[in-house]
Design a protein. Sequence first.
Length: 915
Amino acid sequence: MSHSRLLFLTLLCFLKIQAGWAQTPTTISGQFSDITFRDFVRVVEAQSPYYFYYDAQQLDSLRITLRADNQPLREVLGQVFRDTEFTYAVDDQNRVFITKGQAIITRLPGNSSTQEVAVYEPPGQDEQEKLLSSAENKLYDIGPRKIRIAPGNSTVSGYVRNAVTGEPVIGAAVYIETPQVGVTTDALGYYALTIPRGKQRLRVKSVGMRETYRQVMLYSDGKLDIDIIESVTALKEVSVKAGRDVNVAGTQMGQVKLTIATMKQVPTALGETDLLRTVLTLPGIKSVGENSVGLNVRGGSADQNLILLNDATVYNPSHLFGFFSAFNPDILKDVELYKSTIPSRFGGRLSSVLDISTRDGNKKKYVASGGIGLITGRLTLEGPIIKDKTSFLIGGRSTYSNWLLKRLDNASYNQSTASFYDVNAHLSHEINERNSVYATGYQSNDQFRLFGDTLYSYKNQFASLKWKHTFSPKLYSTFSAAYSNYSYALESEQSEINSFDLRFGVAQSSFKAEFSYLLHAKHTLDFGVNSVYYQLSPGSFQPKGPESLIVPDKLEDEQALETAVYIEDRFEVNQRLLITAGLRFSMFNYLGPKTVYTYVPGFPIDKLYALGSEQYAAGKNIKNYGGPEYRLSARYMLRGDLSLKVSYNTLRQYIHLLSNTMVASPTDIWKLSDTYIKPQTGDQLAVGLYRNLRGNQIELSIEGYYKNINNFLDYKGGDSLIMNHRIETAVIATQGKAYGVEILAKKMTGKFNGWVSYTYSRSLLRALDRSSQDAPNDGNYYPSNYDKPHDFTAISNYKFSHRFSVSLNFTYSTGRPYTPPIGKYVIDGAQRIYYASRNQFRIPDYYRVDASMNIEGNHKVRKMAHSSWTLAVYNLLGRRNATSVYFQTQDGMINGYKLSIFGQPIPTITYNFRF
C-alpha cells in the first residue's frame, strides 16, 4: 500500500471518529458533591471531547451536587441549570456555550446540516423573550391602510411599559436612525414621535431595560404601545446606557436624573438607600451640616427648593432632623433635579426643583418587598386590582433607633429618644386608551425628646390626584390636584408651672392643568396654568396642664393665592442648534382676614416707629405682587461628542423660611410675602461644556453660573422670631450673589463605575438698605450660613461578580461660616455679649470616608424570595467632624465647644428581600 493511500485511510478513519463523536452524544459519569462550576467543567472536559465557553464571574456562586451514570451531556447540564437563569447551547463542534438569560444561536438559518444542536433555556424566562421576539418581527400598521402612502410626516404615539410589571417606563428613548429623530417618554411613560410616513423601525432604549425595536408601516397618525423587558445583565453594569448621549445632545443644563440603581451605589449613614444623601454627592448641592434638614443648591437657601412627590409639595424632606430621607426607596421610580434650566411649568422657588415620582405598582402579579436593618424596617406591598389596568402600591417604614442615640458622644443625644414612621399609598387605573388616573397619599410623623424633657414633633401629610388625557397623538394633557400639610410642635413638661405647647403649621392646596402639543418632529409647545392657595399658622403658644402659668398666645393665620400661566417652545433649528424659550407669568394675592400694623412713613420698619393697625376682612385683598419669569436655554453641537450650552432664568418666590440658627431645623418659621415683606426674586446665567468619551461610556461636564438674589430675609441681631406679632421688624431684606464652577466626571458602565464632582462656589449676602443701623457687617457683603467654597466628592463602585460589589465614598468640603463672641460689655448694669462681624470665621474643614458592600442572593429564578445583604460603615475613619461651634459662659469666661454628631464609625447591616 502506498504512503498516500495509507495517509488517506488514516484521515478517513479520523474523520469517521469525529463524526461519530458529533452524532452520538458522549455520556458523562461521576459523583459531584458541592463543587464549583469551574471544577465541574474540568472533570467533564477531561472525560469528553466537549470544551466550555462561559464567564467565570457569572457562575462563581453556582455549586453543583449531582450523580451522573452514563448520562448524555444535555441531561447533566439540564440538572445543573435547573431553576437558574442560565442557558446553554452545544454546537456541532462540541463547543458548549453558557449564557445568562437567552440561549445563543449556534448556526446560521438555512444550514443544510441535519445535525441536532442541543439548546436549553430556563423555564419561565423564555416566555417574555418569545413575546418580545414576536413583537419585533411583526409589522405594525399605524393608521388606515392605503394603497399609496402620501409623502410627509405623521405621529405615532403611545406608552412604553415594563412587560413584567405593567408599569410605565420613564425616560425611555424612542427613535429612528434614518433620519435621526427621537423623543423620550414622560413621567407617565407616554411618547409622541413624528417621523416620515412609510416603513420605519422604531428603536427603544431605557436604563436597565433590554433594547428592543418595532417595525411599523406608518400611513397616518396612530397609536402603538410598546412593552420592554429588563436587561439580563446586572443593572449596575448598564446603568444610564440608553440616555447617556443626552449629556451632550440635550438642551437642559443642570439637570440630573437619578435611578434607584444609582442611589444604591452611595454608602449610607444608617444602612438605608437615601435619596437626599445621593443628591448631596452632586456638584453644586450642599448641606449646612450632617443634621440639617435642607439642601443648598448653587448658593441658595433651604427654602428655595421646590420638592415634589407625585405633584404634591414636600415642606420637610427628612426624618429626625436630617438623619433619614422622608422618601421610602422601595416606592421610588424616577427622580429629576433641575438647578439651571428650570422648565416653565415649575415656579415658586428660586434655586431648584426636585421632581420625584413613585412606581405605579405591579399590574401583573402580587409582590412584597422590604428590608430589616439595625435602625429601620420597611415593607412594601403591590399588585393588580384589575390585571393590566388597575394596580396598588403601599409602603411603610419605621425606626427603632434609641439604642444608637445611646452610643453617640454628645449628651444632648445619648439621653434622648427618637422615632418616626411614614406610610405611602398609590393607586393607578387605566380607564381606556385615552384616559388614566392616579392617586397618591402620604403621612409621616416624627418625635424627638431631648434630655427626656422637650418633645419635638412634626408631621407631613399630603395627597394628590392626577388625570392624564390624550386628545390626539399630537396633543395630550395632565390635570392634577394636590393638598399638602406640614405641622410641627414643641412641648415641655419639665416644670409644671412652665410647661407649654408651641405649634406651627403650613398647608397648601394646588391645581395644575398642563398641555403638550407636538407641532412637528422638531417643534414642541408646552403650556398650562397652575394655582396654589396657602394657609399658614405662624404660631400658637399654650399652657400645657392645669398648673402651667404660661400666658396663652396665638398669631393670626395667613392666607394667600398664587396663580401662574406659562408657555414654552422647544425648537430644533438644525442638527447643531436647539433652542428652548419659555415665559411664565405669576401673580400673588395676600388675603385677609388680617391685622396689618402701620409705621411712620419714611422711617425704618421698627417697633419704635409703630403707629397703629388696619383690619382686613376675610377674602379681602391686602397686597398684590407679580411679574414675568423668563426661561431661555440653547444647545450648540460643536461635534458629535461635544456641545456648548447656555441658559438664563428669572424666578419669583412668594414664601419665606425664617431662621436665626446656623443649621436649618424643622422648627424654622414659614412666612408669606405681605405688605412689608416682598417676594424673593432672582436670575441665573449659566454656561457649560459637555463631552462624552469612549462611545458615551464616560460623561464630562463643566458648568459656570452667576446668580442674583433679592429680598432674601436674614435676621436682625437680638430679635426673636418665635411668637413675634410684628415679624417684619425682626428681619432684614438682603440682596445676594452666588457664583461658581461645577465639574463632573461620570462613568456608569463596566465593573468599575462611579463619579467625581468638584465645586468651587461662593454665596454672599448684604443688606438692601446698607445705611440701616441693623445692617449686618456694616452693610458690606458677608458669607451666607451655607457658603462652602470648596466641595469635592468621589463615589466609586466595583463589581467583583454578579453577587458581590463594594462602594466607597469620599467627601471633603470647606467648613461653614459662624459668628463667635469676641467680647462683652455692660449697659445699665446688664452684661452684654459683643459678636464679631457676621460669619467671618469658619468651623474646621469637613471630610468623611464611607464604605459599603452589597451581597446579592443566588442566581435561582424560581425561589420563594430574592434577597440581598448590605453592609456599610459610615465615617469609616472615625473623624470627629464639627457640625457646629457654640459658646458658654463659665466662671466669667466665654468658652467655645465643638459639636460632633457622628464622631465614630457607624457600622450597619441591612437584609433586603422581595417575593
